[in-house]
Design a protein around this ligand. Structure first.
Ligand code: ADP
Ligand code: ZN
Length: 618
């Protein structure tokens, strides 16, 4: 507790942190499952500091990415903790210097990549430390990398079992944000953690507001979302293809949004540069494929947007989880339309792929769960958490809770659509796309309708009362339910699917949300997070005018300090801390030290400057 308050400046532990820390200080092994942003780092950093000061030596942190190590080390140094890292970009002399410091007992935490740790040279070094009783703890971050079931398998992680075999007396802590049960079991087995205490936190991220919007003009929708809700704030925009990543980034730039592309097809140095800029500068939007993300510990990402739907809820949750690690309000926003459903289904059913039928079935079920979340008219968080095995009640912080959607009974329209496909096929022995079928149902005598004499079908004009958009929702729902199937080889023409039968037999009812446009008319901007935000977290919207001015001044000051010291801004102070300072306008150092995120070293280094900045704003 003392370390938490004095070094890190936080008043209290979050969730299971206190238990985890106590266990590690006592020397127990642990497997820690916490969602992204849950606060995993402190779980091993505090025991590392405690064990070092108890004379128990050095903590080794295994981490898969250089960028990640680097930032953690800088952040620790900023709060006055002796941390170092070893990675492939260091030369021999630098490695020697790092190891000498550790050997002399000057280092508290040493970060290293798994392949480094299992070299003979490094093991030799560890052997010597172990003989002196100077190995305090092994922390294995991103532990799901050890499992082929995880989403990021790294064979080098498998070697880490030898830490246990070689140094059985040294406690270990494995940490990950991956929830699913098979991966969990696999981690325990691969890392030989059978004796470890397993800590599973709730996967809820209460500060993230989930929104899914119907795809109309996705780029424009995205632009409006960024301009209205997140001007000059950092965010990630996920797209499925590399090409779309580049096009979207370029387009956003033209629209005056500071955007950068990132995907695996870009040269390594460009990727590195873009990632560094995203971490260090404020207000950048990274447009990326899913290649971007792991180890991006930037706490002030204010939104994650999906222009294309991910494959499953795990992916969606992982990606959206990168928003709002600092606990401040953040948005997960996705556009979603018929093409997404069709594309994802097609990838699973692709006859070219070698996948077994059993595998395809698992994938279909996973996709269905995500589709259900996208189409639902009730709380999205309840659906998400249920997927991870957690019960919850409506959250008050998703689009459906904030603006409960009107629904309409689309059963009749669905039947009309199915019979229209049937009639058209009967008449012309051909299949057509959604657009043409909707024209028939709405009674539009287009050239194509006339060409095929479809104005004489019994279904012509029977669906006039529904808008184009409402029909779009019907089609999407029918495809999602497999009642119709889109043929990739033939311009996405539609056929009746296996599930059509039950619908046609009148055995199912379909309720759909009323189309967004009609519903939103006049409702303006969505009301934001309020009820569920814990009292110790604040949102900028709640600040009065003079507090806002103070916040602007504090951010400008932070930018300057960050530049001078070549640090990411959030390492100086994160947004949550600046907002709290702006809101409370502390009268002196004593009051300032009470604010969450202001530890002793930062108080000494920046305290009087902060008070001056606040004082300068009237
Ligand atoms: P994870 O690694 O689980 O994604 P981090 O360790 O990066 O999460 O923590 C996320 C953010 O929460 C960081 O900015 C961290 O400083 C902050 N944090 C962690 N624990 C606490 C706490 N007990 N009180 C306040 N802030 C905390
Ligand atoms: Zn909700």
């Amino acid at each position: 507790m003392q370390i938490l308050q004095q070094v890190f400046g936080y008043p209290r532990f979050r969730g299971l942190q206190a238990d985890i820390v106590a266990g590690a200080i006592a020397g127990d092994d642990a497997l820690v499952l916490m969602p992204t942003g849950g606060g995993k780092s402190l779980c091993y950093q505090i025991p590392a500091i405690a064990r070092r000061s108890n004379g128990q030596g050095l903590t080794i942190v295994v981490s898969p990415l250089i960028a990640l190590m680097h930032d953690q080390v800088r952040a620790l140094q900023e709060v006055g903790v002796a941390a170092d890292c070893l990675h492939s970009a260091l030369d021999y002399a630098q490695v020697q210097a790092v190891q000498s410091r550790a050997w002399r007992g000057e280092t508290t935490l040493l970060y290293a990549a798994p392949e480094r740790i299992t070299t003979a040279h490094f093991l030799d070094f560890l052997d010597h430390l172990a003989q002196k009783g100077q190995l305090a703890l092994f922390a294995i971050d991103e532990a799901h990398c050890v499992s082929q079931w995880g989403h990021d398998f790294r064979p080098e992680y498998r070697q880490l079992a030898l830490l246990h075999q070689r140094y059985p007396q040294v406690p270990r802590m494995a940490l990950t944000a991956t929830a699913d049960a098979i991966t969990r079991e696999d981690i325990i087995e691969r890392l030989q953690l059978q004796q470890a205490q397993v800590y599973v936190s709730s996967f809820d991220r209460p500060n993230i507001c989930y929104q899914v919007v119907e795809k109309a003009d996705p780029r424009k929708q995205l632009l409006r979302f960024i301009e209205d809700e997140h001007p000059d704030e950092a965010g990630i925009v996920y797209c499925q293809s590399r090409k779309k990543v580049e096009e979207t980034a370029e387009w956003l730039l033209q629209q005056g949004i500071n955007a950068l592309p990132y995907h695996a097809g870009l040269p390594a140095d460009v990727r590195q540069r873009h990632q560094d800029r995203f971490l260090r500068e404020e207000g950048l939007v990274m447009t990326a494929t899913i290649a971007f993300g792991m180890g991006i510990d930037k706490p002030d990402v204010r939104f994650v947007a999906h222009l294309d739907m991910p494959k499953n809820i795990e992916g969606y949750y992982q990606e959206t989880g990168r928003a709002g690690r600092d606990g401040q309000a953040a948005d997960a926003w996705m556009t979603y339309g018929l093409a997404d459903v069709v594309n994802q289904r097609r990838m699973i059913d692709d006859p070219q792929s070698q996948a077994s039928e059993a595998y395809r079935q698992v994938m279909r079920a996973k996709l269905d769960a995500l589709l259900a979340m996208a189409e639902t008219t009730d709380c999205r968080r309840v659906r998400l958490l249920a997927y991870f095995g957690e019960d919850s009640s409506p959250c008050g912080n998703c689009d459906n809770c904030l603006n409960p959607p009107q629904t309409w009974d689309a059963t009749q329209a669905s039947l009309m659509f199915l019979s229209c496909i049937y009639r058209v096929q009967q008449k012309s022995d051909m299949h057509f796309g959604a657009g043409h079928l909707i024209d028939i149902l709405r009674g539009k005598p287009t050239d194509k309708v006339l060409q095929y004499d479809h104005q004489n079908l019994s279904t012509f004009g029977i669906g006039e009362k529904w808008t184009q958009q409402e029909w779009g929702a019907v089609v999407r729902q029918l495809v999602a339910r497999d009642a119709i199937v889109a043929d990739a080889q033939a311009f996405n023409t539609l056929r009746l699917g296996p599930a059509a039968k039950n619908l046609l037999a009148g055995q199912e009812h379909i309720h759909l949300r009323l189309s967004e446009r009609a519903e939103r008319k006049g409702s303006g901007r969505m009301r934001r997070i309020a009820k569920t935000t814990p009292a110790n977290r604040m949102h900028v919207d709640a600040l009065d005018m003079s507090a806002r001015n103070r916040l602007d001044a504090l951010k400008a000051w932070r930018r300057e300090v960050a530049q001078q010291n070549q640090l990411p801004a959030y390492v100086v102070f994160n947004d949550a801390t600046l907002i709290a300072i702006a809101a409370q306008n502390p009268s002196g150092l004593g009051a300032l030290s009470q604010i969450s995120g202001v530890g002793q070293k930062k108080l000494d280094a920046y305290g009087s400057e902060l008070l001056k900045v606040c004082g300068s704003v009237s």
